[in-house]
Design a protein around this ligand. Structure first.
Ligand code: HEM
Ligand SMILES: *[C@@H]1O[C@H](CO)[C@@H](O)[C@H](O)[C@H]1NC(C)=O
Ligand SMILES: *[C@@H]1O[C@H](CO)[C@@H](O)[C@H](O)[C@H]1NC(C)=O
Length: 471
């Protein structure tokens, strides 16, 4: 009874706080019905047209970026001295899979302890790199919901931290520990086939999802050097291709590779674009940005020779000085993120394949969308209708358990989700239409695919594994 009341109270708070947010419209991001391995080689170009994906050259180097760029030295200069000087994290400070958040924490744009709240995320990220506040509001809402404490709005940019839960150990014991975006935050926003991080679901080898692996950083820099032998600059098209190669690498090397709808289709690919959009240094000569391999290494906490040996230090990400961020008129907005993803999909349609390997390498098979949605949608292309899509996403959220209630019984979890999300999403989707079709049908939690896809559960395959190494 008591637990149940707490759950209901928390649900009410979540609804109250989150209902002002606009929500996802991803018509371009979702794939065909059942995506089998042949899908990987064989995508219907008509589908992409129907999905309204902009037609672009297959490897565009200008995506999401208007030509008429301007540069203003004064407005774009980011002061990295004084309260924003670089400082190494201390032993109790959280650092994790997001190179951008790690660097911003090391410079004090967001809390140096790595436990962030709404204000941090919405103002600090804006100040440091020029990510627009419409985008951070959405990223923050989702992350605090799935990996943090939506009541306090706090979440850890690394692993579990006792500073996150509003009610402390009481709440954690009753409800569950907010995971943070490392380790068990996997599948909620953190995904496999990241730019340089390991696959959490991989049984052995490079399987830490918070730690960066030189092998992958080097692959990216080598690809850049192939295309731009004179300086090895890293561009959007190189990042797009790297993301594609990382996905194929995981399919070929990780028997448990799994790509869920959010983390796999939206988060991991979006992160690739952040590297150029937010980390490239802007100048008169390169108003859209220029990212040298040396500056990339600084942002990603590497030292050494980009064409030789490099070495990684956990959590020492650093903004290369002097740094010029995006012009205030050209902040990276949520619409830009979607456009960049759509172009990524156009160039490499495998990006949108939801599904995974079935326990052996090279066994990739797609999730059946009819099954996932309880029949509310039977073909992925139906989701090109934004009304259906937003309902689909609210249904998917209702089917996914946030980590901060992972301790309670499935029945109580469902009560929480019904109380919070059931009220929340009709409001969010009001602009697009009714979700009655969806809300009358239960979607399937992605975890329930664990019989087919071993990677569909965030559980550790080897409990002795280092979960979130400290700096
Ligand atoms: C509220 C804001 C943000 C949230 C919630 C967030 C969250 C995440 C998460 C969960 C990942 C792991 C994705 C994966 O598994 O591949 C990630 C990766 C990444 N993020 Fe962020 N992030 C945010 C802001 C930023 C910013 C501002 C930047 C750039 C300045 C950035 C750059 C990156 C990069 C480059 C990676 C890939 C790291 C790698 O694979 O080595 N992020 N982020
Ligand atoms: C950023 O660009 C400016 C202008 O070109 C340049 O002076 C500065 O050295 C660059 N910063 C880095 C870290 O490369
Ligand atoms: C795996 O799937 C079964 C059957 O759907 C479900 O009962 C179980 O809770 C799932 N395990 C995890 C860890 O999600």
């Amino acid at each position: 009874m008591k637990i149940s009341a707490t759950v209901a109270a928390m649900a009410a708070i979540v609804v109250g706080q989150a209902s002002a947010y606009p929500f996802f419209m991803f018509p371009e991001l979702l794939g065909k019905d059942a995506m089998s391995r042949s899908f990987l080689e064989n995508v219907d170009p008509e589908f992409l047209k129907r999905a309204g994906v902009p037609t672009l050259a297959p490897y565009p180097d200008n995506f999401g970026i208007p030509k008429e760029y301007i540069f203003d030295e004064k407005l774009q200069f980011v002061d990295l001295t004084g309260e924003n000087e670089w400082r190494a994290p201390g032993p109790d400070d959280q650092r994790g899979p997001c190179a951008g958040l790690n660097a911003l924490a090391n410079h004090g744009f967001i809390s140096r302890d790595g436990v962030v709240d709404r204000d941090d995320v919405i103002n600090g990220i804006h100040k440091g790199v020029g990510l627009s506040q419409d985008a951070t509001v959405i990223l923050e809402a989702l992350t605090s919901f799935f990996n943090g404490d939506p009541v306090s709005g706090k979440w850890s940019i690394g692993g579990y931290s006792p500073k996150v839960a509003t009610l402390g150990p009481l709440q954690e014991g009753l409800l569950g520990k907010p995971a943070g975006i490392c380790g068990l935050g996997h599948l909620r926003s953190e995904g496999d086939a990241s730019i340089t991080r390991g696959d959490f679901s991989q049984p052995t080898g490079n399987n830490n999802n918070c730690r960066s692996y030189p092998q992958y950083a080097k692959e990216l820099m080598d690809l850049a050097r192939e295309k731009y032998p004179e300086d090895g600059r890293i561009t959007p098209s190189i990042l797009a291709e790297h993301q594609h190669r990382r996905k194929l690498y995981s399919i070929a090397n990780n028997p448990n590779y799994f790509s869920p709808p959010y983390a796999g289709v939206a988060f991991t690919p979006a992160a690739h674009h952040f590297v150029f959009a937010l980390m490239a240094n802007k100048s008169e000569e390169f108003p859209q940005g220029y990212l040298s391999p040396e500056n990339f290494m600084s942002w990603f906490s590497y030292t050494g020779d980009p064409q030789g040996e490099i070495s990684y230090t956990y959590g020492h990400e650093r903004i290369p000085a002097p740094f010029y961020k995006r012009h205030p008129l050209f902040e990276w907005t949520f619409a830009d993120i979607l456009a960049a993803l759509a172009q990524q999909i156009e160039a490499f349609p495998t990006t949108m394949a939801v599904g995974g390997n079935t326990g052996t390498v090279n066994s990739f098979s797609g999730v059946n969308i009819g099954d996932l949605t309880g029949g509310a949608v039977t073909a992925m292309h139906e989701l090109t209708d934004p009304a259906k899509l937003s309902c689909f996403l609210s249904q998917a959220i209702q089917s996914s358990t946030p980590t901060f209630i992972s301790n309670i019984s499935p029945a109580l979890q469902q009560q929480f989700l019904d109380a919070s999300v059931g009220k929340l999403f009709p409001a969010l989707t009001a602009a697009f239409g009714e979700c009655n079709d969806f809300l009358s049908k239960k979607g399937r939690a992605i975890e329930s695919y664990n019989g087919t896809y071993p990677g569909a559960t965030a559980e550790l395959h080897d409990s002795s594994r280092e979960l979130s190494p400290s700096p």
